[in-house]
Design a protein. Structure first.
Length: 405
């Protein structure tokens, strides 16, 4: 392998939320961090060098996106997703969550119904409530270790909805939706005239034999009602550069979205977000192709360790993402006790499943986007905690994740 994913990078004192703000979110500093959804791998030199070179120039004025930027994005989408997008479809924003909120504000009004599928990335629910829309939850169904859509309930919720917030691949349950599922979803959205905001930020972290299918490629009808949000942030660990690539094929929807951006003067982008995104999509392919099997081995490490040492905890087999969904229900702890168990006894920072809404009870989300020895350290700490028979003390202090991590 060309790249060393076993190398540990010390992130302490870099103002990173994951490692430097443990006390603020968990009430304890000495924790092993496996929570926030960024990786502990250094971005590849193919991305770092262009950023450093641009920084060395020393002048950071207002910056536009060049034709090369757009052609590079188009090339990535063609190679990785077999999707031939057009330059004019591409609209950038300072992240996927800002794009989601902007779309909700522009295309719906107070009290309109918005569908989400819990347990799901918690900014979905937060965005609906903060924008005074009506939350319509279509909970996913867990059957034999595999999550499925409740189609009957979706039809019912769609009757009174204006917009559907779709997570593809799904965070935290790691589903990569099939063409058949997407086709059926498209039919529902077409029948009930729903605008679809498709969060596809994890689209590049897909394990074999699964394949990411962009929502908008399923049909012309679905393409015409979809805003699809992508970014290099999860793929190449560039979340701090804050640039997402939104694909909006429908001209009317795109123009309204762009006008909303202009009203807020958010139509320009961070210079390093531009440089980093272009470099990632142009030069980052080999790094990603080596990262994916490494992440899969991290998952297998977790699965085997739990089976051999902690059978009370199991893991949902991931189809994509670097986030594992741990089933801790056999521990017979309530949600407060479960969170306290990992913080107090295991000294391990994970994301509490209840943050993802209904269906998250008894689950924890574990980030395995880190060197394997860090994964093993976290697992060993759980093993030691399991042998600790001391009582669990519920602390009412802060234990909430950041808004969009």
């Amino acid at each position: 392998m060309k790249y060393d994913f076993n190398k540990q990078i010390d992130r302490v004192n870099t103002s990173c939320i994951k490692w430097d703000y443990l006390n603020a979110f968990f009430g304890k500093t000495e924790l092993h961090a496996m929570w926030v959804a960024d990786m502990d791998f250094k971005a590849p030199p193919e991305i770092l060098i262009p950023i450093v070179q641009r920084a060395a120039h020393g002048v950071f004025g207002y910056t536009a996106k060049s034709d090369e930027f757009y052609s590079t994005v188009i090339g990535w989408f063609k190679r990785r997703y077999n999707w031939l997008i057009k330059k004019e479809w591409i609209v950038t924003t300072p992240g996927v969550v800002p794009a989601l909120n902007l779309a909700m504000q522009e295309f719906t009004k107070n009290g309109d119904g918005i569908i989400i599928q819990s347990p799901v990335y918690f900014p979905f629910k937060d965005s609906v409530e903060l924008n005074h829309r009506k939350l319509l939850d279509n909970p996913l169904v867990l059957k034999n270790g595999h999550y499925e859509i409740d189609w009957q309930d979706l039809e019912k919720k769609a009757e009174s909805a204006k917009m559907f917030l779709f997570c593809s691949p799904h965070n935290p349950v790691s589903r990569v939706w099939t063409a058949k599922e997407l086709e059926r979803l498209g039919n529902v959205c077409e029948r009930y005239n729903l605008l679809v905001f498709s969060d596809e930020i994890h689209a590049d972290i897909i394990f074999k034999p699964y394949k990411h299918i962009p929502t908008a490629t399923i049909s012309k009808a679905l393409s015409n009602r979809t805003i699809a949000a992508f970014a290099t942030s999860k793929t190449f660990n560039l979340a701090g550069l804050q640039l997402s690539v939104n694909i909006i094929p429908n001209t009317n929807i795109r123009n309204k979205f762009k006008l909303a951006l202009e009203r807020l003067h958010l139509n320009m982008s961070n210079i390093f977000g531009i440089v980093g995104t272009q470099a990632a999509y142009k030069y980052g392919e080999q790094w990603l192709d080596e990262l994916l099997p490494y992440l899969w081995q991290n998952y297998l490490t977790v699965k085997t360790f739990l089976q051999e040492n902690i059978p009370e905890i199991s893991v949902i087999e991931p189809e994509g993402t670097f986030l594992l969904w741990l089933d801790c229900r056999k521990l017979a702890l309530n949600d407060e006790e479960l969170a306290a168990f990992f913080v107090q006894k295991a000294s391990l920072a994970l994301t509490n499943g209840i943050m993802f809404g209904p269906g998250g009870d008894g689950f924890m989300r574990m980030n395995i986007g880190c060197p394997r020895q860090c994964v093993l350290k976290g697992l060993e700490s759980i093993k030691i905690a399991m042998a600790d028979n001391s009582p669990i003390i519920i602390d009412s202090g802060p234990a909430n994740a950041p808004d969009d991590c």
